[in-house]
Design a protein around this ligand. Structure first.
Ligand SMILES: Cc1cc2nc3c(=O)[nH]c(=O)nc-3n(C[C@H](O)[C@H](O)[C@H](O)COP(=O)(O)O)c2cc1C
Length: 202
């Protein structure tokens, strides 16, 4: 069974709709650790040793967050800046993250059609997450496309919140139990583009 670390960042959790629901769908699963960065570090004083130990103890590292200014909430950048040390995460001696899986779980206000070259936001989500792809590569991690829930500005109907939460739960369980087709998923724009085809039955 794979161990999964979810680094969760939402600076206004009490106002969250979709991230709260997604988190609730997976946080009690066996093998899953939710690491709430804003709750643990309200002053941004990240405990580097604790975070590195958490990464070392898990096989899959997820960043779950709302899309803020086409990127992550600020604490995730701080986390990268401090935790991914030379000689630990990268460099000739830095092998701590080697071969671990990495992906983002991103919720966006803009709907999917706005994230196109000729759309309102000009760039695809895949393009906008390229710093994370490059970071994963530098750390010799396996990067997967993000699990994405778009169009949450207008408020998601409860039905969609529930179906996305269920898809997230199924994805996490399949990854944990090595029933997710990683190689096929790499070819998809999103991890949840076609999860029924990605998940194998045991
Ligand atoms: C500071 C801030 C920046 C945001 N930037 C973006 C953005 O760049 N692109 C986008 O699609 N939505 C953006 N949004 C909308 C959020 O992504 C959206 O409200 C969030 O994903 C909803 O998730 P929640 O219900 O868990 O809060 C932004 C919202 C805030 C508050």
């Amino acid at each position: 069974m794979k161990k999964i670390l979810i680094n969760f960042a939402h600076p206004a959790k009490s106002h969250s709709n979709i991230n709260k629901a997604l988190r609730k769908a997976v946080e009690t699963l066996e093998g899953v650790t939710v690491n709430d960065l804003y709750a643990n570090y309200p002053d941004f004083m990240i405990d580097i040793q604790r975070e590195q130990a958490l990464c070392e103890a898990h096989d899959i590292i997820i960043f779950q967050h709302p899309f803020y200014w086409y990127s992550t909430p600020a604490i995730m950048k701080e986390w990268l800046d401090l935790v991914l040390e030379h000689g630990w995460a990268y460099g000739s001696e830095g092998k701590a993250l080697e071969n671990k899986l990495f992906f983002q779980v991103i919720t966006t206000g803009g709907d999917a059609s706005t994230y196109q070259k000729d759309g309102y936001n000009q760039f695809t989500i895949n393009e906008l997450t390229s710093p994370y792809q490059a970071t994963a590569k530098l750390c010799n991690m396996t990067w997967l496309p993000p699990f994405t829930v778009s169009g949450v500005h207008r408020g998601l109907e409860q039905e969609k919140v529930q179906s996305q939460s269920e898809d997230y739960r199924r994805t996490i369980i399949a990854l944990r139990d090595s029933l997710f087709n990683i190689e096929q998923a790499k070819q998809q724009p999103f991890l949840n583009s076609d999860i029924n085809r990605m998940i194998r039955t045991p």
